[in-house]
Design a protein. Structure first.
Length: 68
């Protein structure tokens, strides 16, 4: 008898880069699943949101040139 869990499709999480297996609750939406858990999904969204809000930091030399 073979172990069926070894035959399940796998993906890598878009946030933590860890592999995760297919779950029955994802049967209809396996193509859209990107994250291994709700925690990774929330963390990925918060890091994207912070990156969009935070302006890029300028180096000290660029700030000195603007003063003159």
């Amino acid at each position: 008898m073979t172990h069926h869990k070894l035959l399940l499709p796998k993906k890598d999480c878009a946030h933590c880069q860890q592999p995760f297996c297919w779950r029955r609750k994802w049967a209809r939406s396996w193509d859209e699943v990107k994250y291994c858990s709700e925690r990774c999904k929330r963390s990925a969204k918060s890091t994207l949101h912070k990156a969009a809000i935070t302006p890029p930091k300028l180096c000290a030399a660029a700030q000195v040139e603007e003063e003159f």
